[in-house]
Ligand binder design. Structure first.
Ligand code: HXC
Ligand code: NAP
Length: 291
C-alpha cells in the first residue's frame, strides 16, 4: 500500500514544476511522480548527460514532457537560465522543488573552510538563488506558486559529523518558515519535508560508505525497522505541491518512521531490555515503595 501512488490521476495537470537535483535519487523519484500526475517537469543539476537520460526515462514512463536543463544552483546566471528555459518551453512555472544538495560525513575539525563552504553554497545559497529568482518572477507576474524544500530531520535537531549540512538545512528551514509568512500575500506557499533515511546512491556513498556499512544499521535505529520507500516521499511531495494542500503553509513534515524521536526520547533505549526482564524490574521498583 505505502509503495502505491496516492493522488488522483491528473492531480498536477496544467502545472509546470522545476525540480533541482531531478536527475538522480529522490529528486528523480519525485519528478517522475509529478510527471505521472500530469505536470510538465523541468529537471536541473550540474550533469546534463545524467539529466537527459533521466528525462527520457521519465517521459517513456509517463508520456509527459520533461525538460533537462544543466544548472549549478550556486551560479545565479545559470539559475536565471533555468527560469528562462522553463518559460520558453512551457510558458510558465508553477512550482519549485528545492532538492539539490551536497553532503558527506566528516569530523568537523578535519574540514577546511572550503569543504564547509561547498556544502553551505550548494544547499543554502543554491536554495536561495532558486527561490529568489523564481519568487521575484512570480511576484512580478502576480502569479500564485508553491515551493517545497527538502531538508533533513537534523535541520531541527542538529547532528555531529554532518555539521555543514545541518547548518545549511537549518537555514533552509528558517527560510521556508519566514517566506511562508512574508510571501503569502503574493499567493506563494512554502513548505518543507524532512526525510529520514531513503536509500539513494548519492546519499549512501557519502553517508554510509563501505567501511561503515557493517558498523551502522539505519534500519535498527528506526522504530518502524525499515527505511523509506521513494514512493512514500513522492506521495508527500506531490500532495504538498498540489492544490489539495492549499491551506498548509510554513510546515515542515517529517517522514522518517519515527527515527529522530527515537534518538530524542530519554528512555527509548529501554527497547533493549528483553521482555522476560520486565517482571523482575517491576518487582524491584514495587519493593522500593514507601522507601
Ligand atoms: C573532507 C572533503 C570531502 C570529504 C570533499 N571535501 N569531500 N573534505 N572529507 N569526504 C573537500 C575538498 O577537499 C575541497 O576542499 C572541498 O571539499 C570541495 O570539494 P570539491 O570536490 O572540489 O567540490 P565539488 O566538486 O563541488 O563537490 C561537492 C561535494 C560532492 C559535496 C564534495 O560530494 C558532491 O558533488 N555532492 C553532490 C551529491 C551529494 O552530496 N548527495 C548527497 C545528498 S544526501 P579543499 O579545501 O581540500 O580544497 C543528504 C541527506 C542527508 O544531504 C540525510 C541522510 C539520512
Ligand atoms: P543525490 O541523488 O545525491 O541528490 C543530490 C542531487 O543534487 C543530485 O542530483 C546532484 O546532481 C544535485 N546537485 C548537487 N550539487 C549541485 C549543484 N551545485 N547544483 C545543482 N545540482 C546539484 O541524493 P538524494 O539522497 O537523492 O538527496 C536528495 C535530497 O534529499 C537532498 O536535499 C538531501 O539532502 C535530501 N535527503 C536525502 C535523504 C536520504 O536518505 N537519501 C535523507 C534526508 C534528506 P549533480 O551532481 O548532477 O549536480
Amino acid at each position: 500500500m505505502h509503495t502505491e501512488s496516492m493522488l488522483k490521476d491528473k492531480a498536477l495537470q496544467d502545472k509546470t514544476i522545476v525540480v533541482t537535483g531531478g536527475g538522480t535519487g529522490l529528486g528523480k523519484s519525485m519528478a517522475t511522480y509529478y510527471s505521472k500526475l500530469g505536470a510538465n517537469v523541468v529537471i536541473t543539476s550540474r550533469k546534463l548527460d545524467v539529466l537527459e537520460k533521466a528525462a527520457a526515462e521519465i517521459t517513456a514512463e509517463t508520456g509527459n514532457p520533461v525538460l533537462p536543463v544543466a544548472c549549478d544552483v550556486r551560479n545565479e546566471d545559470e539559475v536565471k537560465n533555468v527560469l528562462a528555459a522553463t518559460i520558453e518551453k512551457f510558458g510558465r512555472a508553477d512550482g519549485l522543488l528545492n532538492n539539490a544538495a551536497g553532503n558527506f560525513i566528516s569530523p568537523t575539525e578535519r574540514l577546511s573552510p572550503k569543504a564547509f563552504g561547498v556544502i553551505i553554497d550548494i544547499v543554502l545559497k543554491g536554495t536561495t538563488n532558486m527561490t529568489l529568482t523564481f519568487g521575484k518572477h512570480w511576484i512580478e507576474q502576480k502569479q500564485k506558486a508553491t515551493v517545497v524544500n527538502i531538508v533533513t530531520t537534523y535541520a531541527s535537531t542538529g547532528s555531529g559529523y554532518v555539521v555543514p549540512s545541518a547548518t545549511a538545512k537549518a537555514g533552509v528551514l528558517a527560510m521556508t518558515r519566514s517566506l511562508a509568512v512574508e510571501w503569502a500575500k503574493y499567493g506563494i506557499r512554502f513548505n518543507a519535508i524532512a526525510p529520514g533515511p531513503f536509500p539513494t546512491k548519492g546519499a549512501w556513498d557519502r553517508l554510509l560508505p563501505e567501511p561503515l556499512k557493517e558498523k551502522i544499521s539505519m534500519e535498527k535505529r528506526i522504530p518502524l525497522k525499515r527505511v523509506g520507500d521513494h514512493q512514500e516521499l513522492a506521495n508527500l511531495a506531490a500532495y504538498l505541491m498540489s492544490d489539495f494542500s492549499a491551506y498548509i503553509n510554513g510546515e515542515v513534515i517529517t517522514i522518517d518512521g519515527g527515527e529522530w524521536l527515537q534518538g530524542a526520547g530519554q528512555f527509548n533505549q529501554l527497547e533493549a531490555v528483553p521482555n522476560e526482564m520486565w517482571d523482575m524490574i517491576e518487582q524491584f521498583i514495587r519493593s522500593k515503595k514507601g522507601s
